[in-house]
Design a protein around this ligand. Structure first.
Ligand SMILES: [Zn+2]
Length: 278
């Protein structure tokens, strides 16, 4: 099995074994801890992420204001309410700030960090949001000054999730909450679709977590994991492949037991983690 000398971000082991290849890039599996990460040596993943973000931005802005998204935001804000003391909530990778707007309406001192300047500018200019252009580390919040650090589909994109979660732990007050959701490689969807899965993309998803590796990431930053949830099961790689009419109904029926089981066994394709600063 081919191996590489790239260092694992989670455990700092210097070597990974070949896991899979897509778009001429390799995913490696850490020989020590099993974490899966992309070998993007010589590849402009920052540019690729920025381009993907710019392409999605138009649809995202419309989509993220939809009733369905507002309902999801409200559900999360309801969960976060128990952690509110000083009232500061920080979103990592907030894009143009759809969630921050909702958090602000719910009474939070909502602040965001966003490295893509064009996205941040929309939130600052059009909505008057408090967004700092850059990373969480760039924002340099004071120690223990934040009640909730929130990130939605961000940690799989960054160079070092370990550095970000470490910084989140530093800025959280004792008892504050860290929330992250990300792609789950230990999922039914990975089992069914393998490399055809759309989210299995080393150009933009540099890290592919499992419930086990996500837990480890939080625990090594000194966070206590309170709960993890997963949801989402896919049988088809693209919308076009999905059957129509009656066969769609059969497909949904076939999927139902997996979707149901995923709530308990953490095999849904999207994982969320809630961890507390001790
Ligand atoms: Zn490792």
């Amino acid at each position: 099995m081919a191996s590489s000398t790239l260092v694992c971000d989670l455990c700092q082991h210097p070597q990974g074994d070949h896991f899979a290849q897509k778009f001429d890039l390799n995913y490696l599996k850490c020989a020590a801890c099993g974490h899966i990460y992309a070998d993007v040596t010589g590849f402009d993943y920052v540019g690729e992420n920025a381009q993907a973000n710019a392409e999605l931005e138009g649809t995202h802005n419309a989509k993220h204001d939809s009733a369905r998204h507002l309902k999801v935001y409200d559900q999360r804000l309801k969960e976060f309410a128990a952690y509110r003391t000083g009232g500061r909530l920080v979103e990592i990778g907030c894009s143009s700030g759809a969630f921050l707007r909702r958090a602000g309406q719910a009474g939070w001192d909502a602040q965001g960090v966003e490295p893509v300047a064009e996205s941040a500018a929309v939130g600052i200019r059009d909505y008057g949001l408090n967004i700092k252009i850059g990373t969480l580390q760039d924002a340099a919040f004071a120690d223990g000054s934040v009640d909730v650090v929130y990130s939605n589909a961000v940690i799989e994109h960054v160079d070092s999730p370990r550095a970000i979660v470490g910084e989140a732990a530093r800025v959280l007050r004792s008892g504050g909450l860290f929330y992250a959701d990300t792609v789950n490689i230990a999922s039914y969807t990975w089992r069914f679709l393998g490399e055809r899965w759309k989210l299995f993309d080393p150009r933009v998803h540099l890290h592919l977590f499992s419930p086990e590796s996500l837990r480890r990431l939080c625990e090594q930053a000194g966070l206590e994991v309170l709960k993890m949830t997963t949801h989402g099961v896919r049988f088809y790689a693209t919308r076009e492949e999905r059957p129509h009419g009656f066969n769609r109904l059969l497909d949904e029926l076939h999927k139902a037991p997996y979707s149901f089981a995923a709530r308990r066994n953490l095999k849904g394709d999207n994982i969320a983690i809630y961890a507390r600063k001790t």
